[in-house]
Design a protein around this ligand. Structure first.
Ligand code: SAM
Ligand code: SF4
Length: 323
């Protein structure tokens, strides 16, 4: 069984947002006046597991838990351990994206669920700047938890949203960070979402960053997978690697095999899709969701959810979608 769209893309990768709440307030992700959804409108643990199981039956073999901040959910341990059980019916990879703050409390649960790779977001190596960018003073906690992951041999990717005049002066420092640690730093182009004051001048293209990096370091390209979102490089002699995620300037829609489920149980077949399909309400009314999921995939647009990202993008704030 496979979820294939009209462009022949086979969908294997599901991102499940567990909550629209977060312990940080990153300026590019959560608007200052963000209103959180009432808890009763969010998927319960049973619903997250039921939907995940339905997607796995339809051919999804990778699930990434995200948010908001997935680790703030009080029933996180129950959810991840129950989703891990789907490995007996076709799930191959279970992973998560986190701001890292609660990793020291949750790590054993995560490892027990068989997670081998974790993406941690960290946009600056300067504590003061971290406070400005996230509106919370948690730099040292995140950094110590990245080291905790490395001490536990977890494959660790560090997501960095690069913004002009905000943190783009730290690109070399982040590349230096890969010298001694087996991490993968991923520089992400700043994307437009509701309430994040996106302007093209604030975005730095991956090509411009690559040029800066290659003028300064001797780079070796690393093989990339067709479905991967990042173009990866390594500096000669360094332990780790780094890559560029160019959603804005060189989108990877052609190889897209991803689909998203928001914390309030809506399918977004593209990060930028305007339309959402309300699985949760239908499920709560006893309707079989399998046909709805298949229909939704068939409606997937070729690129960027059918929007033009450099004009006014209609979308929720990223914190309410799940990345
Ligand atoms: N709270 C978790 C975290 O920060 O890793 C998971 C959710 S967060 C929405 C997922 C990813 O989306 C993070 O790596 C974050 O940096 C990225 N993100 C959020 N807003 C973005 C934007 N406007 N442009 C590019 N990436 C963004
Ligand atoms: Fe929270 Fe992650 Fe968004 Fe930052 S990027 S506000 S940590 S959801």
């Amino acid at each position: 069984m496979s979820l294939i769209d009209t462009y022949g893309r086979v969908h294997r990768d599901l991102r499940v947002s567990l909550t629209d709440r977060c312990s940080l307030r990153c300026t590019y992700c959560m608007p200052e006046n963000q209103i959180f959804a009432p808890k009763s409108t969010l998927m319960s643990a049973d619903e997250v597991v039921a939907f995940s199981a339905a997607f796995v039956k339809l051919g999804i073999n990778k699930i990434r838990l995200t948010g908001g901040e997935p680790l703030v959910r009080s029933d996180f341990a129950e959810i991840i351990s129950r989703i891990a059980e789907l490995k007996s019916v076709g799930l191959k990879t279970l992973t998560l994206t986190t701001n890292g703050i609660l990793l020291h409390q949750r790590l054993q649960t995560i490892l027990d669920a068989g997670v081998e790779d974790i993406n941690v977001s960290l946009d600056t190596l300067m504590p003061d700047r971290f406070l400005k960018m996230t509106r919370r003073d948690q730099f040292h906690k995140v950094m110590s938890n990245i080291h905790l992951l490395l001490d536990n041999q977890v494959n660790t990717k560090v997501n960095v949203v690069v913004m002009s005049g905000i943190n783009d002066d730290e690109v070399f420092e982040f590349i230096h960070f890969t010298r001694d640690y087996p991490i993968e730093v991923r520089f992400i182009e700043f994307m437009p979402f509701e309430g994040n004051n996106w302007r093209s001048g604030k975005m730095i293209s991956s090509a411009a960053l690559l040029k800066r990096a290659s003028d300064h370091f001797e780079l070796i390209p690393v093989e990339n997978s067709f479905h991967g979102t990042a173009k990866i490089f390594r500096v000669l002699g360094y332990t780790g690697k780094f890559g560029f995620i160019s959603t804005m300037t060189a989108p990877f829609c052609e190889g897209c095999n991803r689909i998203r489920l928001t914390a309030d149980g809506k399918i977004k077949n593209c990060l930028f899709s305007k339309g959402e399909m309300d699985l949760l309400s239908h499920y709560r009314n006893g309707i079989d969701i399998k046909a709805m999921i298949e229909e939704n995939i068939l409606a997937k647009e070729e690129r960027w959810g059918g929007q033009s990202l450099f004009e006014n993008t209609a979308n929720r704030p990223m914190v309410a979608i799940g990345g």
